[in-house]
Design a protein around this ligand. Structure first.
Ligand code: COA
Length: 172
């Protein structure tokens, strides 16, 4: 049984940044669909991660880190769409659990933390986008999300391997 502690918008110093980038790399290399295609190194992940961390530092988005024994084992971002018309919702991005801990219920806890964080921010909806062909949409649907759109051929995983992008909404 792994107990998770959640940290909302922690200060992203060099040590935490390094640990999260390593986690993101490991999840990608275990076939996780979190913005990249394996194989990757930490240097491949860093530009995407630094951009996401930058948005957290300026308050444009939020980061929630799940730790056990002081070690980050999962995280996600809540990202706002810029502009005044979209302040009532955020997009849940890069939801991930360390590969060796997947399948034990921690992802469900992380998803529940996402909904709670969104409520705490006064949001009315959470959105997610899932890479077609991974089956991950079933995880969201099981926890109350509704599939609202499928955009064909939106994601080019490799030449000749285009995937649909599945849009989901959770009403809070
Ligand atoms: C998605 C993720 C966060 C779920 O975390 P987890 O700790 O494995 O989830 P849980 O153990 O709480 O729940 C697992 C359940 O979700 C289902 N599930 C999780 N990922 C799934 C996937 N990609 N396809 C189909 N089902 C999936 C499992 O089959 C399981 O179902 P069950 O409870 O009926 O047995 C984790 O698997 C992960 O980090 N994946 C890699 C990153 C990724 O692809 N993230 C999704 C971005 S959209």
């Amino acid at each position: 049984m792994v107990d998770l502690d959640f940290h909302v918008d922690p200060e992203i110093g060099p040590d935490l940044a390094t640990r999260l980038i390593r986690l993101w790399t490991d999840v990608t290399n275990a076939d996780g669909a979190v913005g990249l295609v394996p194989p990757v190194t930490v240097d491949d992940v860093r530009p995407l991660a630094d951009k996401a961390f930058g948005a957290v530092r300026t308050g444009e988005s939020h980061l929630v880190v799940a730790e056990t024994g002081g070690e980050p084992v999962g995280f996600f971002f809540l990202e706002h769409r810029p502009g005044p018309l979209f302040r009532h919702w955020a997009e849940l991005k890069r939801l991930q659990i360390r590969p060796d801990l997947q399948g034990a219920g921690l992802g469900t806890e992380l998803l529940q933390a996402a909904a709670q964080s969104a409520r705490d921010l006064g949001l009315e909806q959470l959105r997610a986008r899932v890479r077609g062909g991974t089956g991950a949409e079933a995880f969201y649907v099981k926890h109350g999300y509704e599939i609202v759109a499928r955009v064909p051929d939106a994601i080019r995983v490799a030449p000749g391997d285009d995937r649909e992008e599945i849009y989901l909404i959770l009403r809070l």
